[in-house]
Design a protein around this ligand. Structure first.
Ligand code: BTN
Length: 316
């Protein structure tokens, strides 16, 4: 990021001539850079005697808009915005392979082949919040599923701050009154000794109506627009999610107990009669608890079963 961009994300007025002399370019060069940013869609006010200022644009996901709202140290500090992409997960995987820093995020306005869990498709029309976050945690592979729970808690907290009564279905669906508002997909790359990186993919149905999703999906989905009757500022929502994630992530492993406690509190799975399908096998019983490693404990007719991944259906 250059000096001009740094000043813009602070949101205050700054003088074009002062910046010009600071970075050793002419005032004309500064106004050229401003013109370029305006062409990219930024609303930059210029007032005689005061200078330039970035005017926040409602619901803009442009990188400087995202950065101007961020309250994190690391997460989201390197935003990439794509108009359209196959999947932000695929795009970020390439960046991770090229050595991108922890906290890099890829946000797309729409995805053509969004990926859901278990190789399912994820419908990602314009208006949603579709992003992938790169983490490089120093933790053993068997702890990675905790990041799923952590991400679910962060999204649920952020949605609740907007007045959306979010609940968590194991392992990582965010539901409102039984309908899915957000899905989370974790993909990790590791060698036997350590986790190389984790891609946290988050898809939230925000500023479109879930009734516009394809048949077969729309029946079980809901969006914040449907729930609140108004559009949300996705950059604000993103910044709040990242803030909650960072707060828990930075304190790992000592925050594990607190994450599990909060997950239990937000859960709509625990205490319910469920069926869990995992690797072609289905079990049925009472969802008793989650264990320290994030696995689900189900009490079946044959005894206690521990499930590490799978699809849960809550029996009415
Ligand atoms: C699920 O099946 O519930 C997980 C859905 C995850 C969707 C998000 S959208 C952003 C990121 N990119 C993808 O292709 N998938 C994830």
């Amino acid at each position: 990021m250059n000096t001009l961009e740094r000043l813009l994300i602070e949101g205050e007025f700054f003088s074009g001539s002062v910046v010009a002399s600071q970075i050793g370019v002419s005032r004309a060069a500064v106004s050229k850079q401003i013109a370029r940013l305006r062409r990219h869609g930024y609303d930059i006010e210029s007032v005689r005697g005061k200078g330039y200022r970035l005017v926040p644009r409602f619901d803009s996901l442009l990188p400087l808009e995202v950065l101007s709202r961020l309250r994190t140290r690391t997460l989201g500090r390197n935003p990439v915005l794509l108009e359209t992409v196959d999947s932000t997960q695929n795009y970020l995987r390439r960046l991770a392979g090229q050595g991108a820093d922890e906290g890099t995020i890829v946000v797309a306005l729409e995805q053509k082949s969004g990926k859901g869990r278990a190789s399912r498709q994820w419908s990602s029309p314009p208006g949603g919040l579709w992003f992938s976050l790169l983490l490089r945690p120093s933790m053993p592979m068997h702890h990675v599923s905790l990041l799923t729970l952590l991400s679910g808690v962060a999204v649920a907290r952020a949605l609740m701050q907007q007045g959306v009564p979010a609940a968590l279905k194991w392992p990582n669906d965010v539901l409102v009154r039984g309908k899915k508002v957000c899905g989370i997909l974790l993909e990790a790359s590791s060698d036997p000794e350590r986790v190389e990186y984790v891609l946290v993919g988050v898809g939230i149905n925000v500023n479109f109506s879930a009734s516009d999703l394809p048949d077969g999906i729309s029946e079980n989905a809901v969006s914040t627009l449907d729930l609140l009757g108004k559009k949300l500022d996705r950059a604000d929502l993103l910044s709040t999610i990242l803030m909650h994630m960072e707060e828990m992530y930075e304190k790992l492993p000592s925050s594990i107990g607190r994450i599990l406690e909060e997950w239990r509190f937000l859960s709509c799975t625990l205490g319910m009669h469920v069926t869990v399908s995992s690797y072609g096998r289905t079990i049925e019983g009472n969802a008793l608890d989650i264990a320290q490693d994030g696995s689900l404990l189900v009490e079946t007719g044959e005894g206690l079963e521990r499930v590490y991944s799978g699809d849960v259906a809550i029996k009415k």
